[in-house]
Write a protein that binds this ligand. Structure first.
Ligand code: MRU
Length: 365
């Protein structure tokens, strides 16, 4: 991603690793769009906390962060014996796996790191392989998003108005994004189009993050309240919907994504508007047999009861919106059934949701 900071455009990644200091380097997403800052995590516990508190968020980005977190734990080991190293790694794996439950990229990424360490190797070799595998996961994440862009670009026609939900862009991955990849590829081809960003309460990833990215990239866009999409669809003002996913079931084609995605898919079907989901291969879960088995994260009441922003002096504020005596129900994700999905844009092509299982050899990467 190219970000304009103090008048200069520079390239950044959402997640990176500093091998010199054994730190994971993250864009501090909780401060965007008001401040563009980086933060560093020194231990695997700090890395897991950064995932839980959404300093870093988005399926691909937390996958890469967990991969680097596991490598970070491996490299921090100073003991001598193999069994102690194995116990240390397992503790780190469990800590990271528990940091957020819904996105499967997180465990898929760590399993890649673990697989790279397998075999008859010294501890020093395993530490090196862990870091190489984490870097490879991050590079693959970028390459997958670019390939999604190449396949998805044909869906974006001149003059289109595209709706997206939450943030499935640069910041949700190491770079490029999934739902945004076809948009950025279309922009590079000189196509003109307009994007509606769902605000995406309660954390407002659409209003804060997607809108910031599109502004940085010079893409025409407007933020809409979450409740506005149905009205715009009814008036013929939305031509296409593209969203990301945190876990797509390879066996059934069910798509888990940010809460509110299912509502938009129902609306799109009602108005016969194509509804696409863009995913890298690390988002596919080949094991679960039903969407009902997907662990849906429940987050704190506070997110629904409050709102966050900056005041006119740029100071961060939390303000109470809801009745202070009320509790809240805050499921962070929902599951969209395959019959509401027009197609899944993957790095290997666009498939119907029910075709994923048949194509599993091509998609199992
Ligand atoms: O709670 P978040 O902000 O991590 O949720 C992110 C989303 O729901 C994205 O749409 C999703 O991760 C798909 S794009 C990686």
């Amino acid at each position: 991603m190219k970000v304009r900071v103090h008048g200069r455009r520079r390239h950044y990644r959402t997640v990176d690793f500093d091998a010199r200091t054994n730190e994971v380097v993250l864009i501090e997403q909780r401060k965007l769009p008001h401040y563009f800052e980086f933060t560093r995590t020194r231990t695997v516990q700090q890395t897991a906390r950064a995932i839980t508190n959404m300093t870093v968020r988005g399926a691909g980005a937390i996958g890469a962060t967990a991969a680097f977190g596991l490598a970070q734990a491996a490299c921090a080991f100073t003991g001598k014996t193999e069994p102690a190293f194995a116990r240390h790694l397992l503790r780190a794996y469990d800590t990271l796996a528990a940091s957020r439950p819904t996105a499967v990229d997180l465990v898929n990424a760590m399993n890649k790191v673990r697989a790279a360490m397998n075999g008859d190797h010294t501890i020093a070799q395993q530490q090196r392989f862990a870091l190489q595998a984490a870097r490879q996961f991050a590079d693959d994440d970028v390459a997958h998003c670019q390939a999604i862009g190449r396949h998805g670009v044909k869906l974006i026609k001149n003059g289109m108005r595209v709706l997206t939900h939450c943030n499935a862009g640069w910041l949700a991955f190491v770079d490029v994004g999934s739902a945004t990849a076809p948009l950025y590829a279309a922009q590079a081809k000189g196509k003109s189009f307009h994007v509606f960003c769902d605000e995406t309460r309660p954390r407002s990833q659409g209003a804060a993050l997607t809108a910031w990215e599109l502004a940085q990239q010079g893409v025409s866009h407007e933020v809409i309240a979450d409740n506005a999409a149905g009205h715009l669809m009814q008036r013929g003002e939305i031509d296409l919907v593209i969203v990301g996913s945190d876990r797509t079931l390879g066996r059934t084609g069910e798509v888990t994504n940010k809460i509110g995605t299912y509502t938009k898919a129902v609306l799109a079907a009602r108005h016969r508007i194509p509804f696409y989901v863009a995913i890298p291969l690390s988002t596919i879960d080949w094991n679960l047999k039903s969407g009902l088995e997907i662990p849906i994260e429940e987050r704190e009441d506070e997110e629904v009861l409050s709102a966050w922003g900056v005041d006119v002096r740029g100071r961060f504020l939390q303000v109470r919106v809801a009745n202070p005596a009320s509790a809240a129900c805050n499921p962070a994700f929902d599951v969209t059934p395959p019959d509401l999905i027009t197609g899944i844009i993957t790095p290997r092509g666009i498939f119907g949701p029910k075709e994923l299982w048949r194509e599993r050899k091509r998609l199992n990467g």
